[in-house]
Design a protein around this ligand. Structure first.
Ligand SMILES: [Zn+2]
Length: 163
């Protein structure tokens, strides 16, 4: 009888747990498995400890819109083929206490990260859009900031944080 390795269910940082980082309504709906490998769990531990937890400490509870994505899930949500979500290195999130542009600026000023993208903020509604932020192996983080805009239904990326 084949023994299936039980999925990891544990704590990734003080306030972040594995199930929250792999949860996906799309995966549930389509019956896609979204379990991370051991290597990707380690990346999630870093992402939680160095990005998400410091934000949680400063501002309170975040809403994680998307954390880890298996290749099948990434394809289903139309993610980029090289998406750092597929390595457990990136998360999309927001919180109600602070606007997305201000949260992006706080991260830029206070944290070491690989890529920080202010995604689809419309310039009017403070809670429009979300933040994408990634963390890679210590020492390789680029601290690269970008803004994703939807212009005439097409996504374009501009350097820096525009708001
Ligand atoms: Zn993302």
């Amino acid at each position: 009888m084949a023994v299936k390795t039980p999925a990891y269910t544990g704590r990734l940082s003080k306030d972040f747990w594995y199930p929250e980082m792999i949860k996906s309504s799309t995966a549930d709906r389509l019956g896609i498995s979204n379990d991370a490998s051991r290597e990707h769990v380690i990346n999630l531990v870093n992402l939680c400890n160095f990005i998400l937890q410091p934000i949680r400490n400063e501002f309170g509870i975040l809403r994680i819109n998307s954390g880890y994505r298996s290749p099948a899930l990434n394809k289903a949500v139309g993610g980029s083929k090289t998406s750092q979500h597929c390595n457990g290195q990136a998360a999309d999130f927001e919180l109600s206490k602070i606007s997305n542009p201000n949260l992006a600026k706080w991260i830029e000023k206070n944290l070491v990260f690989d890529q920080l993208i202010l995604e689809f903020y419309d310039g009017v509604d403070p809670n429009s859009g979300w933040i994408h932020c990634s963390y890679v192996l210590d020492g390789s983080n680029r601290n690269k900031t970008m803004t994703a805009l939807r212009v005439n239904g097409k996504t374009s990326y501009k350097p820096g944080l525009l708001s």
